[in-house]
Ligand binder design. Structure first.
Ligand code: FMN
Length: 192
């Protein structure tokens, strides 16, 4: 079973969240993971273009997206990836795959919901199955999902904060839980 995480991060905060999600995925046995950070090298002009990554995503049972919240939505890098995936939209290549998402933004709310719902809409367009966080703040004493974002894993880190301390441990824990949850659904559906 294969899970791919594709994300962008300029200042390292979403990278830490991506690594937490990866740990969660890898906490389940029998799961192979692929971690892709979108970089300038993936672009051909203004278009995202990396066939190698696309081929791995084609073979993955789940695709987890991550992005900073920039001006209330996904980063231009993740959006460019989303647009490039139109080549998979017409033939429905990703239909039935599991999808999930995460975002770290500077403010506690910060319009993160719009970032996660943009990812969700994208997944729906592809016919994918969205897996949310599945943790509410009232059923744990670790501060997981204290801000009540249910569409995915979220964190808070201002641009100049040291990624070693932000996002907080409780937010990274949410990332781990999301990764483990996605892996458990991939296993339950036994897609491959
Ligand atoms: C261009 C730009 C736009 C941003 N827009 C928002 C926003 O809408 N809401 C918010 O809470 N934070 C916003 N931020 C803060 C970032 O989301 C935040 O610092 C995040 O942790 C950066 O992630 P990264 O370190 O993975 O790049 C913005 C930052 C930049 C540079």
């Amino acid at each position: 079973m294969q899970i791919s995480i594709i994300y962008s991060s300029e200042n390292g905060h979403n990278q830490r969240m991506a690594e937490a999600v990866l740990r969660g995925c890898e906490s389940r046995q029998g799961v192979t993971t692929h971690l892709f950070k979108i970089s300038d090298d993936d672009f051909s002009g203004s278009r995202w273009s990396n066939d190698e990554v696309m081929t791995v995503l084609d073979k993955s049972d789940a695709i987890i997206m991550g992005s900073p919240t920039f001006m209330g939505s996904v980063s231009s890098k993740l959006k460019a990836f989303m647009e490039a995936s139109v080549t998979r939209y017409i033939p429905e290549t990703w239909k039935g795959k599991i999808a999930a998402g995460f975002t770290v933004s500077g403010a506690t709310a910060g319009d993160k919901f719009n970032t996660l719902s943009t990812m969700t809409t994208f997944a729906m367009q592809h016919g994918m199955i969205w897996v949310g966080l599945g943790s509410n703040p009232f059923n744990n004493d670790e501060g997981v999902n204290a801000t009540g974002h249910y569409y995915g894993a979220t964190g808070r880190a201002e641009l100049d904060e040291d990624p070693a301390v932000a996002p907080a441990a409780s937010e990274l824990k949410a990332g781990e839980l999301l990764g483990a949850r996605v892996a458990s659904y991939v296993q339950r559906l036994a897609i491959s």
